[in-house]
Design a binder for this molecule. Sequence first.
Ligand SMILES: Nc1ncnc2c1ncn2[C@@H]1O[C@H](COP(=O)(O)OP(=O)(O)OP(=O)(O)O)[C@@H](O)[C@H]1O
Ligand SMILES: N[C@@H](CCO)C(=O)O
Length: 336
Amino acid sequence: MTAPAMAGAATLRTVAPGQRVTVRVPATSANLGPGYDSLGLALSLYDTVDVATADDGELAFALSGEGADTLPRDGSHLVVRTIDLALERLGYRRSGLRLSAENVSPHGRGLGSSASATVAAVLVAAELVDPADRPDRAWVLQLCSEIEGHPDNVAPAIFGSLALSWQDGETFRTAVARVHPDVVPIVAIPDYELSTELARSLLPSSVPHHAAAANSGRAALLVHALTNDPSLLVPGTEDYLHQSYRESAMRPSADLIRRLRAEGHAAVVSGAGPTVLALAAGAEEADEVQAAVERFALGGDVHAVDTELDRVERTTWRVMRLDVDSEGAKVEVHSR
Ligand SMILES: Nc1ncnc2c1ncn2[C@@H]1O[C@H](COP(=O)(O)OP(=O)(O)OP(=O)(O)O)[C@@H](O)[C@H]1O
Ligand SMILES: N[C@@H](CCO)C(=O)O
């Protein structure tokens, strides 16, 4: 992991004006059932961040897509805040920034939007410093994992494919595995949000030993199923550590997962939810999954009943058949 030692605030250098960097980062699905805080898959759904430096100290934003009307347009914007942090770690600070972002990944739905934004920001910062101070991708993984608190979304966002991540003391590491070409990810994104922070607060501080033992068997099986034998995806995606504890915060998603699994499909909560991820073993099964989700949606599962208003709210779902992204984040540095 190479990067310069952190400089004191007084010695921070200002990044050169007139630079422009564009980064495209895939969405990611973490956990995949039993791989809690460890496994993550990169998906063919991309956010793009474009940053230009200026010497006027001003921040300017051009945001489109998800969050365009709600995200802050000041130094508290996740991308700006993370660029500032990464630059500081590298011994730099910024003056003015022009940030354009096209956000495609939905926020707060379990598709790693905050991880994608964090990865984009750290990769931008890495390009804005002098070449001699440029960090490698292990440093990028470390900082992004520290910011997110866990590596399972940021690793596939950086490297693509299936990332198997772990922690050695304070150091985050990852190994990237190639996914079997028959595996087809399908996401069913409900119309309600769930913050990762809330979903994490629902987990117990310890689990019974038999649950941990069962989970480790399934996590091992899942890696084999995803890379070598997709016919084992249903048993490989059984989880014992998190999904059941979070059900109360995402009933419609839990109901859809039960329905899909009962019909023989490998369905799990994507990340901290509430999106449902199904991993089909081939195009034919992917068609069946899409049809099953549509039947479930038409059945009109009840999301909330407001008895005072005598009104029933029903969940609506956006279903997308995606590919596994095998490239990870792509950085383009525009010549001056
Ligand atoms: N592209 C972005 N630009 C700025 N802020 C973002 C961006 N994407 C996400 N965020 C911030 O992160 C929040 C969502 O983070 P959260 O961790 O709750 O969900 P997620 O990352 O979408 O899902 P998960 O971590 O379960 O996969 C948003 O509400 C927003 O504040
Ligand atoms: N492993 C994380 C993924 C969401 O960021 C969780 O389930 O809380």
